[in-house]
Ligand binder design. Structure first.
Ligand SMILES: [Zn+2]
Length: 439
């Protein structure tokens, strides 16, 4: 039996169980041993216990991000599973689900197994691969979905692109319904998107840039709501950006349709006006939209229409992102700024309490994928995040663990510093200095 570990002085948040109080958290053999007096007496009286003092900090279940691009295999110049999961740990995340638009895509069993194996070797986060819906993500022929789920895929998606063909989407939903996994849709009508580079509105007109209307997203969300109803399958809408999409999802849920959805931190704090400087680090797909859309998204996160938050962490090389706005690829990194940005976007203006935010970053995303966890219940793996909600820090992309430096938040002062991230009782990230003592 290894020495127990005690996290002392922190505010324990376990929103699933309604726990919010200052208490000791005991960890033993990689698992949660218990809170305060509930931990077994032999653990609490163990003379060799290590104590980490975290007064004023929040101690919560490890954060979960179900939408990241780890770029491996094939695009290791952008990110690897090792660097991506190191970034996750630094951002307070212990679990991520990675998208299949690698090169080649995750459309067969060996590649799913490869991702799982590489992630285990790195040991920095639980990585759940998402398999492609169609072979090569070409939108023509379904992958061996059952085999891919059997290999460990937790969902299927052609993210980066939509599943454009409604009949293929229907069959994917019928198959996945039986397997109990969602189809994650990058909701976008490619014809409406055209070669747009930013949100279609006043700003795009003024800047003389090609726009992407909000309907490019919303028509696909509406179609998928109908297909989910037709099949009884589960559609999860990735990175919702538009007020109209929110309205459709809200109505679909009210009708009992199995539709869940996420949005990303940047859509909750930035609008298309951020594009005014033509900075490619404000270019992502879907694009930053209007203030009205941003406000609708915030309301939808608060009322639960949007189930969870996910970063859409999309690293690119500096050369790619240094090109001019039109030529630059879509996408920004998000793992290392998510918590700070979300505290600023949602908690500071009092749209959400901290426990409500944590729920949307832990148990809720896991539930979308049908996975257990997201709690500090005794006996569960000790995936724990500790952060100081009052501590200020400045975003410096040069300090990121991610290979991607493409963030629109460079130089921002944020509150909420991750102090320690723990995966199955093992520390995967520790900020300096953090006081550790023997008991
Ligand atoms: Zn996408």
């Amino acid at each position: 039996m290894a020495s127990p570990l005690c996290i002392r002085g922190g505010r324990i948040l376990d929103p699933v169980r309604g726990i919010d109080r200052v208490q000791d958290l005991w960890i033993q053999d990689g698992k949660i041993a218990g809170l305060g007096e509930d931990a077994p007496a032999d653990v609490r009286s163990n003379k060799s216990a290590e104590v980490i003092q975290v007064p004023g900090a929040i101690v919560c279940p490890g954060l979960v991000d179900i939408h990241v691009h780890l770029r491996e295999p094939g695009q290791e110049e952008k990110e690897t599973i090792e660097t991506g999961t190191r970034a996750a740990a630094r951002g307070g995340f212990t679990t991520v689900a990675c998208m299949p638009n690698t090169s080649p895509p995750l459309d067969d069993r060996p590649r799913i197994e490869y991702v799982i194996r590489r992630a285990e070797e790195s040991g920095l986060a639980r990585v759940h691969p998402i398999a492609a819906v169609t072979v090569g993500q070409m939108g023509e022929r379904l992958t061996e979905i059952e085999d891919l789920v059997d290999a460990g895929a937790v969902a299927i998606s052609d993210d980066g692109k939509p599943v454009r063909n409604a009949e293929l989407m229907r069959r994917a939903l019928e198959l996945t319904r039986r397997l109990g996994v969602p189809v994650i849709q990058h909701a976008e009508d490619p014809d409406l998107k055209g070669d747009g580079v930013m949100h279609e509105g006043w700003t795009s007109t003024r800047l003389g840039m090609k726009g992407i209307p909000d309907a490019a997203e919303s028509v696909m969300v509406a179609r998928d709501a109908l297909l989910a109803e037709l099949t009884g399958g589960h559609v999860h809408v990735a990175h919702v950006s538009a007020a109209r999409s929110v309205e459709i999802i809200r109505r679909a849920k009210a009708r009992g349709i199995k539709m869940t959805a996420e949005t990303a931190p940047h859509y909750l704090i930035l609008t298309d006006e951020a594009v005014e400087g033509y900075d490619p680090r404000t270019k992502m797909n879907p694009p930053l939209r209007s203030a009205k859309d941003r406000d609708a998204l915030i309301e939808a996160v608060a009322d639960g229409t949007l189930d969870c938050l996910a970063t859409d962490h999309a690293p690119h090389t500096e050369i790619e992102k240094d090109s001019d706005f039109d030529a630059a690829p879509f996408g920004i990194v998000g793992l290392e700024t998510a918590l700070g940005v979300l505290l600023k976007a949602l908690v500071e203006p009092k749209h959400l309490s901290i426990p409500e935010l944590i729920l949307r970053m832990t148990a809720n995303p896991l539930r979308v994928l049908g996975l257990p966890g997201g709690t500090l219940e005794a006996g569960t793996p000790a995936d724990v995040t500790i952060f100081d909600p009052a501590r200020r820090w400045t975003v410096r992309a040069a300090e990121f663990a991610s290979m991607g430096r493409n963030t629109p938040f460079e130089g921002w002062e944020l509150k909420g510093l991750v102090l320690l991230t723990m995966l199955g009782g093992k520390v995967t990230y520790r900020a300096q200095p953090l006081e550790v003592s023997a008991r």
